[in-house]
Design a protein around this ligand. Structure first.
Ligand code: SF4
Length: 238
């Protein structure tokens, strides 16, 4: 097996600083409890955060107690979360994870996670069907403030464009690579800013390279080609 080439910490540090200059340095604040973060991230698979939030609200309205979800009929759970898509699979994943945690830990307090190392927590959470490394990492980062980098679709795409990940990198190897090189104190900021950058500038279909904060360092920049194709007047930074 070939050795994974990690980007240098100096390069990562430059990207972190440039993105913070553009978007600010977001400070961590808990957005949901660990249980809700787990359910929310499952609900966000293949849909937007807004849809996932709607599904979570509908689920909580139908089942005021999470134990009721663990014991609820899958069809009824799926009906509550239908607006987010893939509802039958997501209902199975959520119910399965909650049932499994009750069986293993006796309740749904999620306090057990606080006693686990990051690696132990990821190994435990990913033992449930439908819970991948990204979902487990979101629980650790957003709900517990642990320096664990979730690699979602934006982080994955932008990191590849920036040359931080090889062209053939998988999502799984991306978690290892970025996890090894992003300083703990910067994980939250870098994750949030990469997602924002992916949504607003480095878009999947038409990246806005000529107004990009990291363009001078990006090996995938198409800005020069756009200047040639459209002329300078369309390329002023905003
Ligand atoms: S220069 Fe273009 S491809 Fe590179 S990060 Fe910026 S928007 Fe993405």
């Amino acid at each position: 097996m070939s050795r994974i080439q990690h980007p240098s910490s100096a390069l990562i540090s430059v990207f972190i600083k440039r993105l913070e200059r553009r978007y600010g340095r977001p400070e961590w604040q808990q957005r949901l409890s660990p249980l809700e973060e787990l359910v929310f991230t499952i609900l966000s698979q293949n849909t937007t955060d807004a849809n996932a939030a709607r599904s979570l609200a509908a689920l909580k309205q139908k089942y005021p107690e999470w134990r009721q979800v663990a014991g609820g009929p899958p069809g009824s759970i799926a009906a509550a979360i239908r607006s987010g898509g893939l509802s039958r699979a997501k209902a199975r994943y959520i119910k399965g994870a909650l049932q499994g945690i009750i069986k293993d830990k006796g309740d749904l307090s999620f306090d057990f996670l606080k006693k686990m190392s990051n690696q132990e927590a990821i190994a435990y959470l990913t033992s449930f069907t439908g819970v991948g490394v990204k979902t487990a990492s979101c629980v650790l980062l957003f709900a517990l403030g642990r320096p664990v980098m979730p690699v979602d679709t934006h982080v994955f795409r932008v990191s590849k464009k920036l040359g931080l990940l090889g062209a053939k990198a998988s999502r799984e190897s991306a978690h290892r690579t970025l996890g090894a090189v992003v300083p703990s104190a910067d994980v939250y900021s870098f994750h949030v800013n990469l997602v924002r950058h992916g949504r607003e500038v480095c878009k999947a279909r038409r990246p806005l390279c000529c107004v990009c904060a990291v363009e001078p360092l990006c090996p995938s920049s198409a800005c020069g080609m756009r200047i040639l194709a459209f002329g300078m007047k369309n390329t002023k930074p905003v």
